[in-house]
Design a protein around this ligand. Structure first.
Ligand SMILES: N[C@@H](CCC(=O)N[C@@H](CS)C(=O)NCC(=O)O)C(=O)O
Length: 222
């Protein structure tokens, strides 16, 4: 095969795109980022053609072939560029990784959205409980380890850390601090942010808070 051409269709505030960027950085794969300007209005022809079902970013274009859905993209990246591996070697640990990947995909971001988009106090409290409960399980499985699979940064770390740039917004509108509830998880976030692959890809949480405030305003929430 000739030289790999890798492109990421992306949007600056998307935590799902952050995941893909971190995975590529971990693998040392150079890529071109193509930013969508108006994800909620005028989507690009390239995005609509590459992800006709969901019409969402991220999309990885590997030699012009589209791969969609961030967790699926990272699995693909790990198979095409195997070093360093993001999945554990043992079948049992791999199955646990897939379980937590699915758990994060189902629970974390949607609960967080419920906090900052909640109309009634009750809805916000319900989402806050859902979010903190999800983190409780994640904190439990992390335990005293440096990373979710032990000593090395891997799949579960990437999937969760990508979402954390939105946590300040969840904290602001839910009136809580993750650190007060889960110091180990909080230390893990700092540990991950100290990695260059994460710090160069992660979104500025202040900018996320500004965006969230704007979306709330547009929806008559403030
Ligand atoms: N499950 C998807 C979620 C991707 C997603 O929600 N992308 C958002 C940006 S953060 C998007 O493209 N939204 C535009 C839309 O839904 O029309 C993944 O993991 O890739």
């Amino acid at each position: 095969m000739g030289k790999d051409e890798v492109k990421v269709l992306s949007m600056w505030a998307s935590p799902f795109c952050t995941r893909v960027k971190i995975a590529l950085a971990e693998k040392g794969v150079a890529y071109e980022e193509i930013l969508e300007n108006d994800l909620f209005g005028d989507k690009s022809k390239l995005l609509l053609e590459s992800n006709p079902v969901h019409k969402q970013v991220p999309v990885l274009l590997h030699n012009d072939k589209p791969i969609v859905e961030s967790t699926n993209i990272i699995t693909y990246i790990d198979q095409v560029w195997p070093s360093p591996p993001l999945m554990p070697a043992c079948a049992y640990e791999r199955s646990r990784t897939r379980f937590w990947a699915d758990f994060i995909d189902r629970k974390v971001f949607s609960a967080g959205r419920g906090i900052w988009m909640g109309k009634e106090e009750e809805q916000v409290e319900e989402s806050k409980k859902e979010f903190l409960d999800a983190l409780m399980y994640l904190d439990g499985t992390l335990g005293d380890k440096d990373y979710f699979s032990g000593d090395s940064f891997g799949m579960v770390d990437i999937l969760l850390i990508g979402l954390t740039s939105w946590f300040s917004a969840f904290e602001k509108y839910g009136n809580f601090k993750v650190e007060d509830h889960y110091p180990k998880l909080s230390a893990w976030i700092k540990r991950c942010y100290a990695r260059q692959t994460v710090s160069e890809s992660i979104i500025d949480s202040d900018k996320v808070c500004d965006l969230v405030a704007m979306v709330r305003q547009m929806n008559g929430l403030e």
